[in-house]
Design a protein. Sequence first.
Length: 202
Amino acid sequence: METVRESKVDKDEFERRLRKAVDDMKLNTSSGPVMLSPTTSRRQTVTEMTKEMKEREEKKNNMIVYNMIENGKSMIKDRNEADKTAITKIIQDVLNVEMDDEEIVKVNRLGSKAEDKKRPLLVVFRSHNQKSRIFSSLKGLRNTDYEHLSFSHDKTKLEREEFKKLIEECKSKEAQDEGKFRYRPRGPPWNQRIVRLPPLKE
């Protein structure tokens, strides 16, 4: 998507290009485009889409890991350091992705700590390219002790809503096919699509 800079265009041109950005952000998925409410005013559209584009930019280097065991250290700083060491080991040794120690900017668990749950782990990378290399290597988790882990992009609210629609469509397709195939969303948040997969072997 083209980055819009208001300082280079007058207000009308800025709004026109943002309107075009709305059309470009109709995520090309089989569940149809994500659109703002038809009652949304022109000013609201500009404000909301500017906010959405800014949030996507802020999240583009972020990754969320699910089902990763939490360590029992009492101090948050120590837990974060242990999580950073653990996810670095997985990336380097299991996914075989080269990475400098400074590539991970920050890690922290999302949500309140509880004994009976594994909180999602937010990982912030220094570069988007590093995150892309990791997502391209996730097949390396298969048939390992880490295949239960799930990796996800850090989605905006708009992207999460679209993802929920895709999940519902996947369920509908599986019901129609009576279990002959599995359907799953694939691709980055801004261009998700549904793919058909063979059923799991019993």
